[in-house]
Design a protein around this ligand. Structure first.
Ligand code: PMP
Length: 397
């Protein structure tokens, strides 16, 4: 073949040394050592018995972490946004109403996604550093009679944790609002909470939920667990709309053999990511959820105590609204958030983040989750933050 056909020469791609920081932002988090190993397990075709048993084990692990007996539990090939898009597009059709309880960037993302599907979006908003009460949501559910309500459990942009107890009943309860048979579906983002903070899908009446693997699971991004309740399954069976082919839960349920008789091909899954997710679930099952929740609570209590000792201020005023995995801190006047983040990396090789969405220029975001949820890491990060504040103060004098 004549060489003049090649208008682009081969690039020089050099090997680069990466100095890995301690990942203490709102995600991604560091891996479990076992996950790093799992990523190099043999590549299997996603259509063979060995791989099918990996899928079965993942589904059993997901039923445990979501605390659901639902059969419609699987993982999307994609990052957390693919879960958001799958839950919304499978359960709410064009022209139907989605009520979004909005207090951070992820609710805004849900809004953008729903709009692209021609869904009628209604929002109820509160300040970014507080959470919703049932009394605030109830009149909107009554007024709008939406097909579904979307809410974020832990908001990594603001550091708030939404109490979900009672919201399932509020959305479904047909007698109370004389709703049509199934009332509104409850859709929840647990990207930064699952595995670290108590969550009971069935008991709390959650209908569509997604999480992530790169946060409290301490695994790689790119594979996103989702789960659907019996009410959601009914909606999927009877819906009049078609979600995008790649996100269609009916087709994916068939590939994942959710109902016990199918192993169809939908798309080529990524075996390394499946090995990794299986390993994350193994780690959580070994530790158990109550122990993992207690570890995250104790780590955060220690971290917050240390921050108070160093006179740092929290963005979220009420301790009960604060998220165990991501803490938001307000710096004294005159400090630059980006400079603080850069100095933490330069002096301590610890990666924390500045604000995102509503918290840009207003807060630091520090994540202690998964393998990094330990007293040692909490102390190291608090001390590094105190040192950074002193260093910046000195240099600005
Ligand atoms: N929801 C929340 C609460 C998140 O923290 C994130 C990611 N930071 C997402 C959704 C989106 O996930 P991803 O970046 O994996 O697509």
């Amino acid at each position: 073949m004549s060489s003049n056909k090649f208008i682009v020469p081969p690039p020089r791609i050099v090997n680069r040394e990466v100095v890995k920081p301690l990942l203490c932002g709102p995600g991604p988090c560091d891996y479990w050592p076992s996950v790093a190993e799992a990523l190099s397990k043999p590549v299997l075709t996603p259509i063979c018995d060995e791989f099918f048993s990996v899928l079965d084990e993942i589904r059993a692990g997901l039923q445990y972490v979501f605390q659901t007996r639902s059969k419609l539990v699987l993982a999307m090939s994609g990052s957390g946004h693919s879960g958001m898009e799958a839950v919304i597009s499978n359960l709410v059709g064009r022209g139907e109403t989605l009520l979004i309880a909005s207090r951070g960037i992820w609710d805004q993302r849900a809004n953008i996604i729903a709009n692209r599907y021609g869904i009628k979006v209604e929002t109820i908003s509160i300040p970014m550093n507080v959470t919703f009460s049932a009394e605030q949501l109830e009149p909107e559910l009554k007024r709008l009679r939406p097909t579904a309500m979307f809410i974020t459990h832990g908001d990594s942009s603001t550091g708030t944790l939404q109490n979900l107890q009672g919201l399932g009943d509020l959305c479904h309860n047909s007698l109370r609002f004389s709703f049509r048979r199934y009332g509104a579906l409850l859709l929840v983002d647990t990207v930064v909470t699952l595995g670290a903070v108590p969550f009971f899908m069935d008991e709390w009446g959650v209908d569509g939920v997604y999480t992530s693997t790169q946060k409290a699971f301490s695994g790689p991004a790119g594979i996103t667990p989702v789960a659907f309740s019996a009410r959601a399954e009914e909606k999927i069976k009877t819906r009049k709309h078609d979600p995008p082919f790649y996100f269609d839960i009916k087709l994916l349920a068939s590939q994942w053999n959710c109902y016990g008789s199918t192993r169809t091909y939908h798309h080529t899954m990524s075996p390394p990511l499946f090995w990794a997710l299986r390993c994350c679930l193994q780690e959580i099952a070994k530790e158990t959820l109550p122990a993992s929740w207690a570890r995250h609570e104790a780590t955060t209590a220690r971290f917050h105590k240390r921050l108070r000792e160093y006179s740092f201020e929290f963005l979220v005023p009420k301790p009960e609204d604060r998220l165990a995995t991501v803490t938001t801190v307000v710096l004294p006047k005159g400090y630059d958030y980006m400079e603080f983040v850069k100095t933490m990396r330069a002096r301590h090789n610890i990666l924390i983040f500045a604000g995102l969405g509503p918290t840009v220029g207003k807060a630091l975001r520090i994540g202690l989750m998964g393998v990094n949820s330990t007293i040692q890491v909490a102390d190291a990060v608090a001390e590094a933050m105190a040192d950074t504040l002193r260093a910046l103060k000195k240099s600005s004098l």
